[in-house]
Design a protein around this ligand. Structure first.
Ligand code: G1P
Length: 420
């Protein structure tokens, strides 16, 4: 899992072009029902039966430290780029393979990595058969909000880090030619448009984590896909209001200052113990960034889920990050941390002392937009109610219902208190 050499990078680019040509005889993605491909280093494997798997070269091996590329995962089996025809055959050109230096802050942020390999135990029993990310918020799975937020921020390539049982996430963003044909023939244009909405979103890919060794390990699975480019990490439990411009501002900061950028939420000390807690210094807002004074920080220290007495400030890290690719290098150096897991926080904490010329530097953007914690049952319900209230079709009736329901429940409670 070492970064590709320049020569490999060039070959890979040629390989991709060759691959595109190879597929050119197919006139449109409608003809391609299912199937997939994967390229493992410079090898290509393809078949139309949907059962494509790269050859298995390695078994999980005992490990200490993520420097071992095989640590806890079927390195060659899953750490390769896996896409599906329907996704890959869209009009998008393959991601750029232009050679870049690791720290060039002008390189656009085009990738988002979405760790989605958790079991979702807080939502059992439904998560036995439905991925948490597919639970609806109003009328869309919560993962779609993440995909829209990324696309709105200029990201055109998303990588889900998944596990077995999460296949419905891939299916959701995939074409369904059977359904689309049926709706087209029946002239059901509105439904057809709904079933094709995935086309407006970033191109989707997935990779498996293999073993649940923590968030840092999950992000490291993206290394081969992302390569030497800056990228966003979006934790799907943190659902931002659809109007949020947070990620865009974070990307602007990356362009202005280089290094890596995390989102900072103002929390109480008690709440801070459930997040990564930071020690920060406010920074002047650089040119090209439209944040207000006090909303940009340099991060001086960060600690994953500290005990109350070690909370450093009111600023806690929430699930939006924009990383320099140097994070991959740092993630290979960490040891298991809090909860015995490879923590992403321990990886990016190391960027603080890393040379800025070599991808170091860590900044924070304060979250002012509305955010919901959909990893928690109450937060999930709040997201549903708040967003449904804003929906022009559902909102007014739901507001009426909530007022009347609250009135009835209050009356009941009052009657109890008053002994009526
Ligand atoms: C994760 C991260 C933590 C971060 C939080 C934000 O924790 O490990 O640093 O503050 O997400 O939501 P989790 O909520 O997965 O336990």
């Amino acid at each position: 899992c070492r970064p590709r050499t320049q020569e490999q990078e060039v070959k890979r680019g040629q390989n991709r072009q060759g691959f595109q040509k190879y597929l050119a005889p197919f006139p449109s993605d409608k003809k391609l029902q299912g199937g997939g491909y994967c390229w493992d280093s410079l090898q290509k494997h393809r078949a139309l039966d949907g059962n494509v798997r790269p050859k298995r070269h390695a078994h999980p091996v005992p490990h200490r430290g993520l420097g071992n590329p095989n640590a806890g995962s079927y390195a060659h089996e899953f750490q390769c780029e896996v896409s599906f025809y329907a996704w890959s055959f869209r009009s998008h050109a393959p991601s750029s393979t232009t050679l870049v230096t690791m720290t060039d802050r002008n390189v656009p942020v085009r990738h988002a990595v979405v760790p989605a390999a958790g079991r979702g135990t807080r939502f059992l029993p439904i998560t036995k058969s439905v991925p948490k990310e597919m639970l609806p918020v109003v009328d869309r799975p919560s993962i779609e909000y993440i995909a829209r937020e990324a696309t709105d921020a200029g990201i055109d390539d998303m990588l889900f880090v998944t596990r077995t049982g999460k296949e419905s996430i891939e299916a959701y963003f995939d074409a369904d030619p059977g359904l689309e044909n049926e709706l087209e023939k029946a002239g059901k244009d509105e439904l057809l448009a709904l079933s094709r909405e995935y086309l407006k979103l970033a191109r989707m890919h997935s990779v498996r984590q293999g073993h649940p060794l923590g968030l840092g390990h999950a992000v490291l699975q993206a290394r081969q896909h992302v390569g030497n480019a800056p990228f966003a990490v979006m934790l799907p439990d943190d659902l931002m209001h659809p109007n949020s411009t947070l990620l865009k501002h974070m990307i602007d900061v990356r362009h202005a200052l280089g290094g890596s950028v995390v989102a900072l939420l103002r929390v109480t000390p008690e709440q801070a113990t459930a997040y990564a807690s930071t020690s920060v210094t406010p920074l002047e807002i650089p040119e090209g960034v439209s944040l207000k004074d006090g909303d940009l920080m340099r991060i001086d220290r960060v600690v994953e889920k500290p005990p109350l007495e070690e909370v450093m400030s009111e600023y806690a890290v929430v699930g939006r990050y924009v990383f320099d690719p140097a994070i991959f290098d740092e993630l290979t150096k960490i040891e298991p941390g809090r909860g015995g897991e490879y923590q992403l926080t321990d990886g990016f904490a190391r960027l603080i002392d890393r040379d800025p010329e070599d991808g170091g530097g860590l900044y924070g953007v304060v979250v002012n937009d509305r955010r919901f914690d959909t990893g928690d049952k109450l937060g999930y319900l709040e997201a549903n109610i708040a967003l449904a209230l804003e929906d022009p079709k559902l909102g007014p009736k739901l507001a009426e219902f909530l007022v009347s329901e609250a009135g009835t429940q209050l009356k009941g409670r009052l009657a109890k208190v008053l002994g009526l």
